[in-house]
Design a protein around this ligand. Structure first.
Ligand SMILES: [Zn+2]
Length: 445
């Protein structure tokens, strides 16, 4: 194997490097890792990617992830050799990311009060397991297979388990899913059962489940597929790749994500850093992260709402003690993340440092929205004939809020990512049965 791809610690003062076949999710000093590439991909690949939209029978061209395989070639294969692709690249028959691209949604634009020409919303719920997770799971399970893992392990608030379970079933490997008991939307949990995953119930919240799953992976030879795995981040880079490609690689002004574990923020930041460094884009879009008011760790720290200090990546010197004190404060006060948008009900975002790096690189912003606002956002997406879950509503109302605050300017071009499709059947039913809700269409008798 060549050594074009390798793992490198994200801390510039440390910078430890590991072989691409390492399963470490941290360097030995406890810092997170990046997948790095030595070669600069030629800008001419833009044309190749465009041509692959006519797949000519190759599932790796059909796939919205592997269509961009030269930009995530950690397997270091000959990417034009389909036989080699088949041997290495894990795919749900080309379905991951295939239908996910930016769409116009005029009713959402009207609600946000932005020109319909300036707003794009990208439904990642159109992935086979129903969320953006399939983008990164394709690459993480590819790495798991590359190193011969027999079991994948994850902690999940729902979408990760559905995606991990689906990929594991497709590849014929085992999958253990750690969940916070009683806190998962049944529609999400049922997917993991359906795909034959072993559910492990943990008393506590997502953060507790993640800790137990990491212990299991470490002690029982499991392969972790949560977003702390740097290979997950590689696949999720294709979300901004697809968005940018549909805009002919002309950067929008903003890319907006709901904020949970911050894997998406991290991967978008890494994608933009790489594209900028490679000369593929001239302008760096700004990232906006939208937290739930009930799970607002990043917003609290980034906006100086804890101890008055605005937490920053600070060129690789973030104040990690501030983060520790914030978590201690949550524990001491018994504060648990609480929102009906379970996908982003996370108090300790595993990717907070990479998220901060992304925000620094893109001059990003972080804000919060309420549960009732997210439900409005979710519902107005539905009125355009698109399906999304409650957490995705955060992107829509987050854009609205940032426009009102004049942080997003009126003629800015904005891409909002809708991270998953509806899996909590009762949310829309309850929403529409309450005539006081903005977009409610109550039943008639
Ligand atoms: Zn390190």
């Amino acid at each position: 194997m060549q050594d074009d791809a390798y793992l490198k610690c994200i801390n510039p003062q440390c910078g430890l490097e590991y072989s691409i076949e390492s399963t470490n999710v941290q360097c030995e000093k406890g810092h997170m890792l990046d997948v790095k590439y030595k070669k600069t991909p030629s800008v001419n690949l833009k044309e190749v990617f465009y041509k692959r939209r006519n797949s000519e029978g190759s599932i790796f061209n059909e796939s919205g992830v592997w269509r961009f395989r030269e930009l995530l070639n950690f397997c270091q294969i000959d990417t034009e050799n389909i036989e080699e692709c088949s041997r290495y690249l894990v795919s749900l028959d080309g379905a991951e990311g295939r239908q996910s691209k930016p769409y116009r949604m005029s009713k959402a634009a009207e609600f946000i009060n932005i020109s319909n020409d300036d707003l794009w919303l990208q439904p990642e719920g159109y992935n086979p397991s129903g969320s953006f997770k399939d983008n990164g799971m394709a690459t993480a399970v590819t790495h798991a297979k590359m190193i011969g893992a027999k079991k994948i392990v994850c902690a999940s608030t729902g979408n990760t388990s559905a995606s991990a379970g689906m990929f594991a079933a497709n590849e014929g490997i085992n999958c253990d899913v750690y969940i916070p008991a009683g806190q998962i939307a049944p529609g999400k949990l049922s997917q993991a059962y359906q795909f034959g995953a072993q559910i492990v119930e943990v008393n506590g919240n997502f953060d507790d489940a993640l800790k137990e799953s990491l212990d299991d992976a470490k002690n029982h030879d499991g392969y972790t597929v949560n977003s702390i795995n740097p290979f997950r981040i590689e696949g999720q880079k294709t979300i901004p790749f697809r968005a940018l490609e549909y805009l002919n690689w002309e950067s929008p002004d903003w890319i907006v994500y709901p904020g949970g574990a911050l894997g998406n923020t991290s991967s978008c930041g890494k994608a933009l850093m790489e594209l900028y460094e490679w000369g593929w884009i001239k302008k760096i879009p700004r990232i906006a992260v939208i937290n739930s008011e009930g799970a607002s760790t990043l917003s609290d720290l980034y906006n100086g709402k804890f101890e008055g200090e605005e937490l920053r990546w600070n060129k690789g010197n973030p104040n990690t003690e501030l983060i520790s004190r914030y978590y201690n404060h949550l524990d001491k006060e018994g504060l648990k993340p609480k929102t009906k948008a379970t996908a982003i009900q996370i108090g300790r975002p595993a990717n907070i440092l990479k998220g901060l790096r992304a925000l620094e690189f893109t001059n990003g912003v972080v804000t919060t929205v309420s549960d009732s606002e997210m439900l409005d956002g979710m519902s107005v997406v539905g009125l355009n004939g698109f399906d999304c879950e409650m957490a995705s509503g955060a992107s829509v109302v987050g854009i609205k809020k940032l426009i009102i605050e004049e942080i997003i300017k009126k003629d800015d071009v904005v891409i909002g990512i809708l991270t998953g499709r509806q899996k909590d059947a009762m949310l829309p039913v309850d929403y529409h049965n309450n005539p006081e809700n903005k977009f409610a269409i109550p039943p008639r008798n």
